[in-house]
Design a binder for this molecule. Structure first.
Ligand code: CMC
Length: 392
């Protein structure tokens, strides 16, 4: 059957050629389509970055207006989808709901099922998904509160509309603080793509069987849910809270993380590819200080996070293994300051990662990549003879 190279966790296996995101883990460099993440986070909007990732170039003024306009026309989700919310138990995790709801879009918009969609139909599927995701995410939040959902208002831009549906009330107009809108744009941009990570590889591999876009992205949402991946942002805040309630003894928790007989890991620390620092974490740490100061918030958990980082970065265990804070370490503190509950954090990561997933799926299809199908090295029993149940 030929020679198989074993690479558990695909640590050194390239699965594709890609022109979307450049990542240098030794130098801590991250670029989308050639633009440094630092510059995009500072100067761009999330919708512009989505366009950049999906179509390859920053949009002109007309192109972004047209993109926003097309998206605005599809922000409503099918009314029947509201029945799902009635069916979920009120404490359902938002990621489980999101994965199911995104997959169910394939039933409401079945034209997506045809792997030979025309270019126009395919474009429309992309627009619909981008348009409906903020509505779905905000409705998940409203469901968790037991509040009525808020319908999109197309006078708002993409991010503002999301915040309006999330924090708005039916009875009154609300003004969303520009500091909150800026912070949300920055966070979503920093999460928008990250080359062949677990969820993105999942999206590509599911799509490689000619499965539709909605189902492929739904699989990506499930992959992101795990605490070793996107679920780390929720796990970080839970860990920091635990440390705070336990008296704030940071050394004790660092020692726990080092103990190989203890399954506890420092959440928000370490990365498969970054072995120097995570450039996203650097930007988010600074943004965290800025945003909390602007909003006048003093979160004791931020002090614990900073102390933890300092202790870990001076400990040989973390230094030798090149373990640094990653994107998830400080992001949750910002989400919290903006008013999101902890369980919503990973859903916000998914909202940010959506354009990256779409761009990667589109690239995989355009490159006509073959179905993904890794091999294995068989280590099981060889030849056995069937034994009748009465004799076993
Ligand atoms: N705390 C304590 N020890 C750790 C940690 C940690 N957070 N991360 C890695 N190590 C140790 C690990 O035990 C191993 O030690 P040894 O060589 O003695 O066996 C060594 O460092 C290498 O770790 P690994 O698990 O082989 O590395 P990996 O590339 O397979 O895993 C990781 C990367 C991100 C899953 C891992 O660092 C981790 O579990 N971190 C905590 C969870 C987390 O923050 N995840 C978010 C990642 S960034 C955003 C995203 O992907 O969504």
């Amino acid at each position: 059957t030929g020679y198989v190279t074993l690479d558990s966790g695909f640590k050194n296996t390239g699965a594709t050629k890609s022109a979307i995101t450049f990542l240098d883990g030794e130098q801590g460099i991250l670029k989308y389509r050639g633009y440094g993440i630092e510059e995009l986070a500072e100067k761009s909007t999330f919708l512009e970055v989505a366009y950049l990732l999906i179509y390859g170039n920053l949009p002109t003024k007309t192109e972004i207006e047209d993109f926003q306009h097309k998206i605005s026309r599809h922000t409503l989700v099918h009314e029947d989808m509201k029945k799902f919310f009635d069916g979920f138990p009120s404490k359902s995790h938002p990621m489980g709901q999101l994965s199911s709801l995104v997959c169910s879009l394939s039933s409401f918009y079945p034209e997506s099922l045809d792997p030979h969609q025309t270019k126009e139909e395919f474009e429309l599927t992309i627009i619909k998904l981008l348009a409906k995701m903020p509505t779905i995410v905000s409705w998940i939040y409203k469901k968790s509160l037991g509040h009525p959902v808020i319908y999109p208002q197309n006078k708002y831009d993409y991010v503002t509309n999301f915040l309006y549906m999330t924090f708005g009330q039916r009875t009154e107009e609300i003004t969303i603080d520009p500091v909150v809108i800026d912070a949300m744009n920055k966070l979503l941009i920093l999460h928008a793509d990250h080359e062949q990570n677990c969820s993105t590889s999942t999206v590509r591999i599911v799509g490689s069987s000619d499965c539709n876009l909605y189902a492929s992205i739904s699989a990506g949402v499930s992959a992101l849910w795990g605490p070793l991946h996107g679920g780390a942002n929720q796990a970080v805040i839970e860990m920091l809270e635990k440390i705070k309630n336990d008296g704030g003894d940071v050394d004790k928790w660092v020692n726990k993380a080092k103990d190989k007989n203890d399954p506890f890991r420092l959440m928000g620390f370490g990365h498969r590819v970054y072995k120097n620092f995570d450039p996203r974490a650097k930007i988010i740490k600074k943004a965290c200080d800025d945003i909390l100061a602007k909003l006048g918030i003093n979160d004791p958990v931020l002090d614990i996070a900073k102390k933890l980082e300092e202790v870990a970065l001076n400990d040989p265990y973390f230094v030798d293994r090149k373990l640094y804070p990653n994107v998830d370490f400080y992001s949750g503190i910002i989400y919290r300051a903006l008013g999101f509950p902890t369980e919503m954090f990973t859903v916000l990561f998914a909202l940010g990662r959506l354009p990256g997933w779409i761009a990667q799926w589109k690239e995989m299809r355009e490159n006509k990549e073959p179905i993904g199908r890794p091999r294995q090295i068989y280590v099981g029993e060889k030849d056995r003879t069937f034994v009748d149940i009465a004799s076993r």
